[in-house]
Ligand binder design. Structure first.
Ligand code: ANZ
Ligand code: ZN
Length: 855
């Protein structure tokens, strides 16, 4: 029996955490190594918006990244693990308005608070590489890249109906509108016609879609969301000719309206034609006619609803007849032209050939306005179709369905195409498009849902768009040597001062002709700042360029990127776009910025509700750090659930993890105090007695499992492996007196437990490494221990397997196999003898035999 009263130092989390945080900072332990002989690993957590102190979601995000970064270091990688702040944005401005203070001051204060919490959590960041997007040294280069994009034709200005958030007082990108609401404040978004700056992300639509295939390390659902957002759609354009009621072409008109359709095969089912309310020239079509008033009403009403909502197809549909007709190029049929508010102006051509038998929206519209429905798709053996023609042989044009037909099926009453298969990409569709192409009335066309990225924001706290408007020269970029355009300080936002109203800021002279000119007062969407910060980390102090190619070549792409699923589209799509643009500028050599992506789950409160300030159920990290220490916090976060799963906060789990750390602390001391443990070399497996050999096998079995789980980022099971090992080792030290223990084994188990928990509980591990194991340097300079799963296999024995008392077979099992394992092996060995019988009873004699009663 070991001496239970032995005195070891107590686990004093606060004291050791303070001590090691100071030591690491003094020694620069986490400064990025630059050893070209080592493989590199770039571990990155999404940088926070500094809106207040960090919350549990941040703590989880950074704990996951920190465990990866620390373990990578121990596995021999040169690691880049930086941190920074996405520091521009509205909350700073709103706080400044409320308190008549400066957005900058508020932001820097919050960043300092967040940094203090990060240090208190013991994260292994290289703080020398801190990037704050509101620092002119950083945003200067955002402006520089913007100008390079401008030179490449990727920046343009356009007047367009845009999403306007009345609460944030600014426009929003399409990506920032969810179900018709502002992504930030949830207000209903309005439409406004404004002149704005755009980035031409659509130039990269195809590549952004194709390269998703280069990302096997991304969650499927994120790739799916991006693919849907990009929305590639293969179809055709079809030209219809405008005409009057009698089929005569309209005098003085261009005479042609083109639609985009994925279902050219359904042309015979087109019984009316639709234009978006914003369709250019719509009002000219009806000017001065009896239809003008009704059309105008639909147009005006549609202007009050966001295009996003209208396109969702949940609102009631509104429309009006224009008095005009178009001729269908496939059969010469004349169909009426309507305006309809579910047609959106910026998809396809803004005009639609309506096929109510195949498209649900068209079906509902036809029902509401009593327009004809021509059935042309035969699905299964719908009893309706034999009656397609009435007694006079006339085609049935109205059906009493309550929904459109399933769109795939055989084409009927479709002229020469009758009998062909219909559907997207069908033989019918191909045949129709081929004929349209031959006749010059149609052509293949690929459409994307993705729109160009609107980056103008009418806000102060953002990166100024580096352009000057001159009445003489138009828009001119600010010359490179005058960058950055710096934000003025001392605006009193609370008194209603704005950038647009700040003369000192906007009055300037034209860089080209020298006449008085006006600086652009819009700032860039803050998502431009987060689209390249991870590249800046590779070379954060460069003042000649945004980054050097060499530095970026060493670190990019990011190997492990960790962040919330809420960025699945916005930030991740924009970053992929900027990376590709920078590559095309010759500044970087990678196609994709993030090789592996981990989207961490949410931390909810004890009852499974989302934590939020308004609900008052937020558990701040300090509530765990103060009583228990950062290591308990980190262990809990990683132990409670796999990183990608949501979990409910559980105070019992915190207490349990803290108990484990104390127990493991004492165990390491106990093992390390085995005489000779520190000096002994590797344990000699052959020389171990049965008890020690069993612990030795556990060490290799559980160590291998822990390592594999770390590689899969399943930290919770990696931790359970260490907990199991602790149980096994505790049993050993309790039963075997110190002087009877194998010193080498004791030393090895103690060391490996410390090493395996080091990525997760760094202060605990570093203190034990020094104080208990008596080692020098840092545990992170140590190699991750090697485990050999083959050493985990126990000696085996052959057992006899009886069925109804007769030996019917043999099985080989581990010498210490459990009864369950023996039973399973035995049933397997005599499966032929018990086939078709019911096993009534199994008698297991450990290490010897199994008898099966079956009949
Ligand atoms: C005829 C048709 C028949 C259609 C049918 C569908 C089913 P995706 O796949 O998303 O690309 N469409 C085209 N432009 C539109 C616009 N500006 N606003 C609203 N709808 C529009 O969708 C393409 C289909 O959406 C097109 O194919 C068109 O309707 C409609 F049985 O044409 B289809
Ligand atoms: Zn000029």
């Amino acid at each position: 029996m070991s001496d239970q009263t032995k005195e070891f130092p107590l686990y004093d989390a606060q004291a050791i955490e303070t001590k090691w945080q100071r030591t690491w900072a003094e020694k620069g332990t986490y400064k990025t190594d630059e050893d070209p002989n080592k493989p590199k690993k770039y571990v990155l957590e999404m940088f926070p918006y500094p809106s207040g102190d960090l919350h549990m979601g941040h703590a989880r995000n950074y704990t996951i990244g920190d465990a990866m970064a620390r373990q990578a270091r121990m596995r021999g990688y040169d690691v880049l693990h930086p941190m920074g702040f996405d520091a521009f944005g509205l909350p700073a401005e709103n706080a400044a308005i409320k308190h008549h203070t400066q957005a900058g001051a508020w932001t820097y204060q919050n960043m300092d608070n967040a940094l203090a919490t990060m240090r208190r959590m013991g994260f292994s960041y290289d703080y020398d590489r801190l990037v704050r997007t509101c620092d002119p040294e950083y945003y200067k280069w955002g402006q520089w890249i913007f100008e390079k994009m401008y030179e490449r034709g990727l920046v343009y200005r356009k007047k367009n109906p845009v999403n306007w958030c009345p609460k944030c007082n600014t426009v929003l990108a399409n990506e920032q509108v969810t179900e018709g609401r502002c992504w930030r404040c949830d207000s209903l978004v309005e439409k406004r016609d404004l002149d704005q700056w755009y980035l031409k992300i659509t130039d990269y639509a195809q590549e952004l879609l194709d390269d998703l295939d280069k990302l096997p390390g991304w969650p499927e659902r994120v790739k799916q969301m991006q693919a849907n957002w990009i929305g590639r759609s293969e179809g055709a354009e079809v030209d219809f000719t405008l005409c009057d009621r009698d089929g005569n072409p309209i005098e003085g008109d261009e005479g042609k309206i083109t639609v985009f359709t994925t279902r050219a095969d359904t042309l015979f089912g087109c019984s009316f034609f639709l234009l978006a309310p914003e369709y250019k020239g719509l009002m000219d079509l009806v000017a001065g006619t009896e239809y003008e008033a009704a059309v105008r009403e639909v147009v005006d009403q549609a202007g009050n609803v966001s295009a996003v909502e209208r396109a969702q197809g949940v609102l009631e549909k509104h429309g009006a007849f224009t008095g005009r007709y178009v001729v269908n190029p496939i059969n010469g049929d004349k169909v009426p032209v309507w305006v309809a508010d579910y047609v959106i102006s910026d998809y396809g051509t803004g005009a639609v050939m309506a096929v109510p038998c195949g498209d649900q929206r068209d079906f509902e519209f036809a029902k509401k306005y009593d327009l004809p429905i021509v059935p042309i798709i035969l699905t299964g053996d719908d009893p309706l179709y034999p009656k397609l023609k009435d007694e006079q042989g006339k085609v049935v044009t109205s059906v009493d369905w309550d929904a459109a037909m399933a769109a795939e099926g055989k084409l009927v009453q479709s002229g020469k195409y009758t009998g062909l298969a219909g559907g997207k990409h069908s033989e019918g569709e191909r045949a129709v498009v081929a004929d349209l192409e031959a006749a010059g009335t149609g052509r293949r066309k690929v459409n994307f849902r993705l729109r160009d990225w609107l980056i103008s924001r009418q806000r102060y706290w953002g990166n100024p768009i580096p352009m000057v408007h001159c009445d003489h020269c138009g828009y001119v970029p600010v010359p490179e040597d005058q960058l950055p355009v710096t934000l003025p300080e001392n605006l009193d936002l609370g008194a209603g001062e704005t950038l647009a109203g700040c003369k000192d800021f906007y009055e300037t002279t034209c860089p080209v002709c020298g006449r008085p000119a006006k600086r652009e007062t819009d700032t860039m969407d803050t998502f431009t700042c987060s689209s390249w910060y991870y590249i800046r980390y590779c070379d954060p102090h460069n003042d000649k360029l945004p980054f050097s190619k060499e530095a970026v070549g060493r670190w990019m792409p990011v190997d492990n990127y960790i962040g919330g699923i809420e960025h699945a589209i916005l930030h991740l799509l924009y970053s992929r776009f900027w990376t590709k643009v920078l590559r095309d500028m010759g500044m970087i050599d990678v196609d994709e910025p993030f090789t592996n992506l981990l989207c961490q789950g949410m931390v909810k409160d004890e009852h499974g509700d989302v934590m939020s300030k308004s609900k008052g159920n937020v558990v701040p990290p300090s509530s765990v750090i103060e009583p228990y220490g950062a290591d308990t916090m980190r262990l809990t976060i990683l132990f409670i659930a796999p990183p990608e799963k949501d979990f409910d906060w559980d105070p019992n789990a915190v207490a349990g993890c803290n108990r484990f750390l104390k127990r493991a602390w004492r165990l390491v001391w106990e093992l390390a105090s085995t005489p000779g443990a520190a000096q002994a070399g590797a344990p000699d497996a052959e020389a171990l007695d049965e008890r020690a050999a069993s612990l030795f096998r556990d060490l290799h079995r559980l160590g291998s499992r822990c390592t594999a789980d770390f590689d899969r980022q399943q930290f919770n099971t990696a931790i359970s492996a260490v907990m199991e090992l602790a149980n096994s080792a505790s049993a050993w030290v309790n039963d075997v007196a110190a002087e009877d223990r194998d010193a080498a084994l004791a030393g090895r188990v103690a060391h490996d437990m410390v090493a395996m928990l080091a990525p997760i509980c760094p202060h605990w591990a570093e203190e034990l490494f020094h104080a208990a194991l008596g080692r020098e340097g840092s545990v992170y300079d140590e190699a991750w221990p090697e485990f050999d799963a083959s050493l985990a296999v126990a000696n085996t024995v052959e057992i006899a397997v009886q069925v109804m008392g007769k030996v019917r077979g043999h099985a080989t099992v581990a010498a210490d196999a459990s009864k369950d394992d023996m039973q399973a092996a035995a049933l397997d060995a005599v499966s032929e003898h018990i086939a078709g019988k019911t096993v009534r009873k199994v008698i297991v004699v450990p290490g010897k035999l199994v008898n099966i009663v079956a009949n």
